[in-house]
Ligand binder design. Structure first.
Ligand code: XMP
Length: 321
């Protein structure tokens, strides 16, 4: 990773020169590592970091991101609160690829509308695209690559236009996730950032199966935060490659006191992987699963039932959508 960093430094410096770079921060490992990398390689005053709060982020994400970016020595940080417009456009949309397209295009629209003062026309757009993103979007090596799912940072027409103009920097596009983590460590990033589980660009939108409402987002954020906290407390978080909750469009019957009530069904997903291309189910001790499940149903009244997803990839993907 030291030599990778060295060669990237030369390449990025010679391509960008004194021009400015805009990087969209998602809160995930990849864009966090790109931010740290760019701030090390280029003058910090030329790096513009923009974080768009889509309303589909994990609980408390925005506050944590602010602190992290400041700790990297970033000078130009812009936090855009855009949840209203994202939720409006996603209203009634259930098809996952439609959700991805809407979110991807809105990201770019919001980014353009909110462009920070001081950015010139020919600024570069930096992205944390990984090799796996390119493969799954049908842009990997080989002519027969198929689209498994469109990653919005690869497919958006606006991004394509920047790409055609030669104004895209994707320093991680030859790396797999485990290598990005090692790069983060080489850059001196906090282990909490480097070991954070991956989070998809479209956020909780692809973890709420069916249409998205504010209420569903709130329930999923609470459940997810609780699940992750339990994994950390039980010292399981770092043994798992990715863990999250999925809110299903299914209600099932339960009993509360003497009453019969319909509650939401929540699926827990926890997998082991190296790069996300294949994945095995994390073999929880059943006692841990039972305790986590009752914690969730006891704390979040809207959730009436918890199930554990025991499917590996392939044939199932990691995310449900
Ligand atoms: P799948 O579901 O394809 O996920 O097995 C593989 C890894 O990619 C993440 N993922 C995404 N990341 N935009 C992203 O930036 C997306 O649209 C997207 N879909 C899935 C997923 O969380 C897992 O880590």
């Amino acid at each position: 990773m030291h030599s990778f960093l060295e060669s990237s430094r030369e390449e990025i410096r010679s391509r960008v020169g004194k021009r400015k770079v805009l990087l969209l921060i998602s809160g995930g490992v990849d864009s966090s590592v790109v931010a740290a990398m760019l701030l090390k390689i280029l003058p910090p005053e030329n790096i513009y970091l923009m974080y768009i709060d889509t309303g589909l982020m994990r609980k408390n994400e925005t506050a944590e991101i602010k602190l992290y970016l400041k700790s990297l020595g970033a000078e130009n940080i812009q936090i855009v609160s855009a949840s209203g417009i994202f939720l409006e456009k996603l209203k009634g949309v259930s098809d996952p690829e439609k959700k991805r397209a809407i979110i991807g295009d809105l990201f770019i629209k919001v980014q353009e509308a909110e462009l920070p003062d001081g950015l010139s026309d020919n600024y570069f757009l930096a992205q944390g695209t990984l090799y796996t993103d390119l493969i799954e979007s049908g842009k990997g090596v080989g002519v027969n690559a198929k689209v498994i799912k469109s990653h919005h940072n690869v497919r958006s027409p606006m991004v394509e236009a920047k790409r055609k103009a030669g104004l895209i920097i994707e320093p991680l596009d030859k790396l797999f996730k485990d290598e990005v983590r090692r790069l983060g460590t080489t850059l001196g990033l906090d282990t909490r950032i480097v070991s954070r589980h991956p989070f998809p660009g479209p956020g909780l939108a692809v973890r709420i199966i069916g249409d998205i409402t504010e209420e569903k987002i709130r329930i999923l954020q609470e459940a997810d935060a609780l699940f992750i906290k339990e994994l950390v407390n039980r010292k399981l978080y770092n043994k798992i490659w990715q863990a999250f909750c999925v809110l299903l469009p299914v209600k099932s019957v339960g009993v509360t006191g003497d009453a019969r009530e319909y509650g939401n069904v929540l699926a827990l997903r926890a997998i082991k992987s190296v790069d996300g291309m294949t994945a095995d189910v994390y073999p929880f001790e059943i006692a841990d699963l039972l305790a986590i499940s009752s914690k969730i149903t006891n704390t979040i009244p809207e959730i009436g039932r918890v199930v554990y997803d025991v499917s590996s990839k392939p044939p199932s993907t990691i995310e449900w959508e």
